[in-house]
Design a protein around this ligand. Structure first.
Ligand code: GLV
Ligand code: GLV
Length: 319
């Protein structure tokens, strides 16, 4: 008999179908009363495949037989991984397969923001080119910029390589200096913001990074400052950012992630020196399919061989 896996929130058919070939899926999001549907099967559930849904201590205590939570996404701030670790529950995510895609999106967003490309495109679509002459010049340019990366992990490094190829100087800040990394390191975010005019956020969410980018950091970035966020929305104090954009404390911002997705605060949307994307960092069919495959493979390897492919740091790294 197939192992019982809970799917609390919808995923694309191709991902669901892949899981269904190996597991007995409980797609409780389809039920009229999802909570009751979960309760009805909770005792049998050995694995959870999750995209975005919250897996906190309260949720976890419903599942006495749970062995593994397989997260769709590299970021897993939706999951209380420490609590999972205490319960001996494995948590996996989907790193690597999305690295290049997210790095491409980050660089695309950076260029869109600095060169105001979405406003220029809108100008053409609005029928302005014939009649109004040429488009205004932008103050922003990539030339001479120094990019400070918060979160120099796999994605951060892929962004750094691209930025170097574009002629930008790269700096980084994180919990500690990384052996073998040549980019200048700053032990505070504020120090890095002072040394750079472009801030690239790739940091995961969670308590450690909550509102790290506040009014002081934006001020330190300065009037040519450009902020790009492809990590998690919770890293930025959105009210402070809206104010900094309104006051031209910084030049512009490009955001792929927000604190309360899909809500984008009106105070932000009002700013013309802002480019917004709907959390599409990894969102190509190619990459999302690869992530879905890894979600399934982590579950199968776990149940077949007792070992996960990409466990997160907080859970037991069973050999
Ligand atoms: C889920 O399968 C997704 O790619 O959004
Ligand atoms: C997307 O945001 C992810 O964490 O993979």
């Amino acid at each position: 008999t197939k192992i019982d896996i809970l799917v609390p929130r919808a995923m694309r058919d191709v991902v669901i179908d892949g899981l269904a070939t190996k597991f007995n899926l409980h797609k409780t999001y389809e039920a009229a009363d999802p909570k009751a549907a979960i309760e009805a099967v909770a005792e049998r559930i050995k694995g959870i495949a999750v995209l975005g849904a919250k897996v906190d201590a309260d949720f976890l205590q419903q599942f006495p037989s749970l062995e593994i939570v397989s997260n769709f996404g590299v970021g897993y701030d939706n999951i209380n991984a420490v609590e999972c670790g205490k319960r001996g529950v494995m948590v996996t995510n989907t790193p690597d397969v999305l690295t290049e895609e997210v790095a491409d999106t980050a660089i695309g967003l950076l260029i869109m923001t600095v060169r105001e490309l979405s406003a220029a495109e809108k100008w053409v679509r609005d029928g302005n080119w014939t009649g109004k002459g040429s488009y205004r010049l932008t103050k922003g340019t990539l030339r001479g910029r120094t990019l400070g990366i918060l979160g120099l992990g796999r994605i951060g490094k892929a962004i750094a390589l691209r930025a170097e190829a574009l002629g930008l100087a790269v700096h980084y800040h994180g919990r500690s200096r990384q052996a073998g990394v040549e980019y200048p390191y700053h032990d505070t975010l504020e120090g890095m913001a002072e040394a750079c005019d472009t801030l690239m956020l790739v940091a995961p969410g969670g308590e450690d990074t909550h509102h790290l980018v506040n009014a002081e950091i934006l001020k330190a970035l300065g009037p040519d400052g450009v902020l790009i966020n492809v990590g998690r929305g919770t890293v930025v104090d959105e009210a402070a950012l809206a104010q900094a954009l309104a006051d031209n404390t910084i030049h512009a911002a490009g955001l792929d992630v927000f604190e309360n997705e899909p809500q984008v605060p009106e105070a932000l949307l009002k700013q013309s020196n802002l480019v917004v994307l709907p959390h599409v960092g990894s969102a190509s069919v190619h990459t999302r399919d690869a992530m879905g495959q890894l979600v399934a493979d982590n579950l199968s390897q776990w149940f077949e061989k007792g070992r996960a492919i990409t466990p997160v740091a907080e859970t037991p790294q069973k050999a």
